[in-house]
Design a protein. Sequence first.
Length: 327
Amino acid sequence: MPIGDEILLDVKDLKMYFPIKSGMVFQRKVGDVKAVDGISFTVKKGETLGLVGESGCGKSTTGRAILQLYRPTAGQVLFEGENLGDLRGNKLRKVRRKMQMIFQDPYASLNPRQSLGSIIGEPLVIHGLAKGKDKQERVQELLRIVGLNPYFVNRYPHEFSGGQRQRIGIARALAVQPSFIICDEPISALDVSIRAQILNLLEDLQEQFDLTYLFIAHDLSVVRHISDRVAVMYLGRIAELADRKALYENPLHPYTKALLSAVPIPDPTVEAKRERIILTGDVPSPVKPPAGCNFHTRCPMAIPQCSQFVPPLVDKGGRHHVACIRV
């Protein structure tokens, strides 16, 4: 699908803090877990933006805050020019029809007490799209689209494998005909042999239904395969944002370089010549992140100025944005 110039999603200075409370009876706030700490990016219609980073860096929280499953602490989420933070009740429900999510764990994201017909048909009922025979036919059509037998409608999630369950989750997301889907590590819980099938299915669906994706993952090889642009997160902030080719061939941020150096290359000659970047220390706690650049405590290029202010995400040319004063 060709990528247009129309911005579908615009995230501005998004923050998501979770309060820490103390006390058995009179609980008082003693701090915050800064899961997402002021990130900004856009997603164009028809594009796939990959969001990568270590576990705990805030990727999944970002996806949930965009959909308003978590109400953001600060910032704006503009979808088709409309601020989702201002919407409540039926107005938000109408917009949510255009935005869906494929969850990470296909075992936990499906209700074990509901049949496939009920799981996939529930969004149709909630949004008033179909009922009765029309609903049943639509559910069967969705099962065919994701590669499952349409006569499985009366079966339950425990009767399916992990890959099949993820296909059910994809069918549920497609039920209300969304234009934007957040894929929250949709293949990380699957066997290696099944991952390529799900990725190919997502690409085919994108072309067939003109979908736009925010693809969250920690596997850099997968992100390179499916994404048009890639954003690299570290401890709640975006460190680097660039086109896929530019990011993988010419990473600028020290953290991105370290991540890519850990990806094995299936060429013994090239692999032998490559320099492996080993980061020292542990990832700081999001409860009390370091002052200034949150990566400076582990950065091999850090200087005293790095701890004095938060570096902005600056365009270094060719839509290659980096948050580092040493670049």
